[in-house]
Design a protein around this ligand. Sequence first.
Ligand SMILES: [Zn+2]
Length: 352
Amino acid sequence: MSLFHYLTLTWLMICWPTLSIAAEGQESAATDWCSRYGKLAPLAAVEVASGVFLIEGQLEEVFASSHGHVANVTFIVGETGVAVIDTGANVKVGCRIHRTIRQHTNLPIRYVINTHVHLDHIFGNAAFVSDTPIFIAHEKFPTALAAKGRHYQARLEAKWDAPQPIISPTRLVRRQKPMSPKQQNRAKSKKDDSGLDSVQPGPAAKRIKSIVLGKRVLQLEALEKGHTDHDLLVLDVKTNTLVAGDVLFDTHCPVIDGSLLGWRQILTNLRSRRVSIFIPGHGSARRTPQALENTDRYLARVETEVRVAVHKQLGMMKASLSLAQAESHRWKLCDIFHARNIISAYAELEWE
Ligand SMILES: [Zn+2]
């Protein structure tokens, strides 16, 4: 064997596992990312509505946290399987979430839904790869993942000293205008065997707007720019539970990474919905729209004060240290996120 062949063979032996993950992605049933961790302790899950379980994240900044369990995770159990919505900030937390689910049901985990790309919500995805679920996200999620994924991965691997693979969505949810009742009926008759609704024939058939777990239907809604430019809402029709991701914040300081004005419009639209239980991206599930009203109150105060500052040409940095202070003190972790929010709002509003 020539030196070249020997080196090639050695390289293939070392790199093949990585290559096969890249080539086959999450479809590979062989990759059990949890096996390395042995038996992990499950997390506390509360059944907030029939078959809807919330694993509430800790109110901490992800890099200051010891486990990376800072974002809310919801799992919904239907007759034929389970959907998991968000998966935590690293593989190990994802594995603990997986164990938690297995304490409640042995049904197959058929769907993993990411509400948006922020690292505290998606890096537990790998824990579910061996279940071969369908990974679902907003149609703009892949662009955001391409822009931020590697940076997030490097930071998380440095913090937890373990591989944190990036798992991409296999189905996307397209933004769409609200459908008329006639269009809704037509869409209903298009359900395919997999329980996925086809939006359009051809390449767009991979795009979906709801998933079915037996008699349980989860509606998926891809939003316009708000908290980010690719937020996804999940509504469990059976219990009217809205899993809102970071479109709603409770107790944890809101984070603006999209558009303040767009976000406020989304909240206005949400007010008219019939929702029984609101699950925010951070904080507690509630039967009242408290998280919606509090999030909007925060954004409204930021908007008002930033508009005045722009008018007075106060300057972005000065504004970030002085505006909406009374409001920022009403939330946890605003010492980390508030100044950044003011800068984001300033950049958005100064060119209006
Ligand atoms: Zn977020």
